[in-house]
Write a protein that binds this ligand. Structure first.
Ligand SMILES: NC(=O)C1=CN([C@@H]2O[C@H](COP(=O)(O)OP(=O)(O)OC[C@H]3O[C@@H](n4cnc5c(N)ncnc54)[C@H](OP(=O)(O)O)[C@@H]3O)[C@@H](O)[C@H]2O)C=CC1
Ligand SMILES: N[C@@H](CC=O)C(=O)O
Length: 409
């Protein structure tokens, strides 16, 4: 009998219970043992749930699960950082395999938890932490054994992609699109993580660490989100016959790497422009295999639960490299040297409009002025982002009052 301790019965946890029920017979035949969810950790036992569940199985006491020697595997789908980190550590220490969808914990503690799992001869798997339902961690781990990965690029956040899609194709306003994505179960408990790019940054940190065999920290990745985009940006981007996507990019070359999360304006021909709604697309380039692209639903109940259960099958059938092989390649970060062309819109007061215009001309920033009314919008020459950051600092522009996106057209 395989006994599972499930931590969390929200969007993802409910999907896990539903799929396990529906596929029970087939899965039990596959792994040659019965499967039982023995206990489920929740915050509120009496909460009304989308599924029928035996209340006897619910607990608010983590130790009822962690201290239970009959429980073999812990699946953590709680969300948050400190509690789940502690629970995962305790579970590994007690000799249990662990699966999580929690990118916040994986991004912060990947090396420590991987090493602990190795030391205990247990698995620590986290396929659902990047790309929702897309199998990406497993193929990446397989390919790093035979390839040097040179580049990873991706739409890695379903919520922000959903918002951008709805703003562009249905003229929905930002708040309305965000609220719908929350209702659909895509957004994090705190959607700031989605719209300010932090969720994408966590996922890029996980992918690039595995791919480049070096510890790429969240702090090593420059991060801009989509929270300040407005309809005038959408109108300007459409007038370029382009669209905009929140992209995570990490490139390594000659022991140096660049890593960023930022809105990127892409042409209609770019494969990223075709990725709508909460879908994700991840591409990586290996020196032997060339470019591989992975597309699918990046968030939501069933895709994410599906990714969690793929890890479960891998653990129980022993078909999988248990833990990734982390090395230390000692790459240097060159984010500050990276140069690009950008689109920028700044909301301006009448008295600063001309000063900003003079500054961007004198400092050889501006290429074309797109709009000069209540806001000024322009495209830049090929410059470092530092030059734009300096402009923001000098004129003390609040983050609500500007939007910047790299041009990839
Ligand atoms: N939603 C998605 O599309 C995706 C989510 N993820 C990740 O999966 C994880 C879960 O996400 P999701 O299912 O959306 O989250 P939800 O907020 O829908 O569910 C969280 C669950 O955890 C329980 N819980 C939360 N805090 C505690 C606590 N302190 N003690 C006990 N129980 C607690 C809640 O209990 P109760 O029900 O009683 O309130 C709830 O059942 C997160 O890490 C998220 O980042 C990853 C990929 C996609
Ligand atoms: N909030 C996340 C959920 C999946 O990781 C997203 O929108 O992508």
């Amino acid at each position: 009998m395989l006994n599972i301790g499930l931590l969390g019965l929200g969007t993802v946890g409910t999907g896990i219970v539903q799929i396990l029920e529906e596929r029970k017979k087939y899965l039990e035949k596959l792994i040659k043992q019965e499967i039982s969810i023995s206990k489920i950790l929740v915050k509120d036992i009496d909460k009304k749930r989308d599924i029928e569940i035996d209340k006897e199985k619910l607990t608010t006491d983590i130790y009822e699960i962690i201290e239970d020697d009959n429980i073999d595997i812990i699946i953590e789908v709680l969300g948050g950082l400190d509690n789940p980190y502690y629970y995962i550590k305790e579970a590994l220490n007690k000799g249990k395999d662990v699966i999580t969808a929690n990118k916040a914990v994986v991004a912060k503690h990947l090396e420590e938890l991987t090493n602990l799992a190795k030391a205990k001869n247990k698995s620590f798997l986290y396929e659902a932490s990047v790309g929702g339902g897309i199998p990406i961690i497993k193929p990446l781990k397989e390919q790093v054994n035979i390839n040097q990965i040179q580049e990873i690029r991706g739409i890695l956040n379903g919520t922000s992609n959903y918002i951008l899609t709805k703003m562009i194709s249905e003229n929905l306003d930002f708040q309305e699109a965000l609220e719908t994505s929350q209702r659909l179960g895509y957004a994090e408990a705190n959607p700031t993580d989605d719209i300010e790019g932090y969720d994408t940054r966590r996922k890029l940190r996980i992918l690039s660490t595995i791919a480049f065999k070096d510890k790429i920290d969240e702090e090593d990745i420059s991060c801009y989100g989509i929270n300040s985009i407005n309809f005038s940006d959408i109108k300007n981007i459409k007038s370029m016959s382009c669209t905009v996507k929140l992209l995570g990019t990490a490139i390594v070359n000659d022991n140096k790497y660049y890593a960023s999360v930022e809105p990127v304006i892409v042409s209609q021909n770019s494969y990223f422009s075709k990725v709508d709604d909460a879908n994700n697309l991840v591409s990586f380039i290996g020196d032997n295999v060339g470019e591989l692209r992975f597309f699918g639903e990046g968030a939501g109940r069933f895709p994410t639960a599906n990714a969690v259960l793929s890890d479960l099958i891998d653990i129980t059938s022993n078909t999988y490299q248990r833990n990734c092989f982390l090395e230390n390649s000692e790459l240097d970060n060159i984010n500050e040297l990276y140069r690009g062309k950008y689109y920028m819109r700044i909301n301006v007061k009448e008295d600063t409009k001309d000063k900003i215009e003079k500054y961007i001309v004198d400092n050889e920033i501006i290429e074309d002025m797109i709009e000069k009314k209540d806001s000024i919008a322009f495209t830049t020459k090929l410059i470092s982002k530092k030059k734009l950051e300096k402009l923001i600092d000098i004129f003390m522009i609040d983050s609500k009052n500007y939007f910047v996106a790299r041009l990839e057209v």
